[in-house]
Design a protein around this ligand. Structure first.
Ligand code: GLY
Length: 413
């Protein structure tokens, strides 16, 4: 049988278009992705959660596979800011007073963090996601006060001899305490320092954040720009002692969420500093992640786990990266690259919305995140930070579509 050239050419065109033009393996294009419908789903699920979680002063953190009830934690837990942050985003998305009331209620649980000694670096995750979003949306001066005090508390962990913020001021396996440790996740906490330095806090907070990002850039990455999870420094000389993993598969592997923090973190540091060195770096740490993703754009928990494809996924890393890519696309002069970032982000969100939603299974937004695999903890769970970044990414996408180049950041006001 011979195939007519016109038919062959048509077939090839369809093949090429379906390969390049689609946002993901699912083939959802930008115009087909309905962020409003997804946000409605998020509001509906979270309304159900609000009706079922015990009102006991604690904050939802995770739901194990097959179960329906959220496990809750107190305000000291590193994840305590994500739930109030998600409620603030739903308030932003809907304007509904119910969301504002509940966001304010859960945000208030975190207030002691602003006046207690720092027990670790996560203060940015905790207080910027809760109070930071609350202040951005309401301008409540009490929220501002908590933010400024917490930034000063976080700054007590900065070691000028090393040039970074200490992540864990205590004995943690393999960290050679009392030497100085810094983990990749710590990049996210810098946003609180940048904000404080521009809103009445000391200029030194800005300098600390820039120093942290610069020293981390030098010591925390391999030649291919994949990241080590943790670096241990000599606390007196600042010399790097070793680069190791804590939550990843091995010291030489690329832990998915660690790399997602790098992508999100350097994008944010560029936003706050406008230093092109950080923008260039954000592109580089993004490239290695995108190049190595599976076809459906949702990473396995660690890119180098030999059990792949039978290894757990990490929906949380996908949500973090989707949100970061939308922001990074707005700083990119190269239109093709910007489009590629948006297409990938839409592909990730689309895949999450089609194959990772909790719907009837529980009241979280997403299934299949991995918390700490080497410790056997939170494997294939619904985890609150996946939900937080999912809603953030949906809101960012909506703003992008509405033509706002500045997304969900203080700079947009
Ligand atoms: N900050 C801890 C984590 O990403 O699991």
């Amino acid at each position: 049988m011979t195939i007519k050239p016109q038919i062959l050419s048509c077939f090839l065109t369809v093949l090429v278009l379906s390969g390049c033009g689609s946002a993901a393996s699912s083939g959802t294009t930008e115009s087909e992705f309905d962020a409003d419908a997804q946000l409605a789903y998020c509001a509906d699920q979270t309304s159900k959660a609000l009706k079922t979680i015990p009102d006991n002063g604690e904050i939802p953190r995770n739901i194990p596979p097959g179960l329906k009830q959220w496990n809750q934690v107190d305000y000291k837990d590193w994840t305590s800011g994500f739930w109030p942050g998600e409620l603030w985003y739903l308030y932003e998305a809907t304007g509904g007073k119910k969301w504002e009331r509940n966001a304010d209620k859960y945000t208030a649980y975190l207030k002691p963090l602003s006046v207690s000694p720092a027990i670790d670096h996560d203060l940015g995750f905790q207080v910027f996601n809760s109070y930071g979003n609350g202040f951005r949306l309401t301008r409540n001066p009490e929220y501002k006060d908590v933010l400024l005090k917490t930034a000063d508390t976080l700054a007590t962990l900065f070691n000028p001899k090393v040039g970074t913020i200490l992540s864990w001021p205590r004995e943690v396996p393999n960290m050679e305490w009392p030497q100085h440790n810094t983990i990749m996740d710590n990049m996210i906490n810098l946003e609180l320092l940048f904000w404080a330095s521009k809103n009445g806090g000391s200029r030194s907070l800005y300098d600390m954040a820039v120093s942290h990002a610069t020293v981390t850039m030098k010591n925390h990455f391999r030649p291919d720009y994949s990241s080590y999870h943790a670096v241990v420094y000599d606390k007196e000389t600042g010399k790097r002692i070793k680069a190791v993993t804590h939550q990843g598969y091995s010291d030489s592997s690329m832990w998915a969420r660690g790399q997602s923090w790098a992508i999100y973190g350097y994008t944010m540091v560029y936003r706050e500093t406008k230093d092109p060195v950080f923008l260039d770096f954000a592109h580089k740490v993004t490239k290695v992640y995108l190049d190595r993703l599976p076809k459906d754009l949702i990473p396995y928990w660690d890119f180098d786990d030999p059990a792949i494809p039978n290894a757990p996924r990490d929906a949380s890393a996908a949500a973090v990266v989707a949100s970061a890519l939308l922001e990074l696309s707005t700083y990119t002069q190269d239109d093709d690259l910007a489009k590629q970032y948006v297409d990938k982000a839409v592909g990730m969100l689309s895949e999450l919305s089609k194959n990772y939603q909790s719907r009837d299974k529980n009241t979280a937004l997403l299934l299949h995140s991995t918390g700490h695999k080497p410790a056997g903890s939170e494997i294939d769970y619904s985890i609150i930070y996946a939900d937080y970044y999912y809603v953030e990414a949906l809101l960012r996408y909506k703003k992008l579509k509405e033509g706002q180049k500045k997304l969900l950041t203080y700079k947009s006001r």
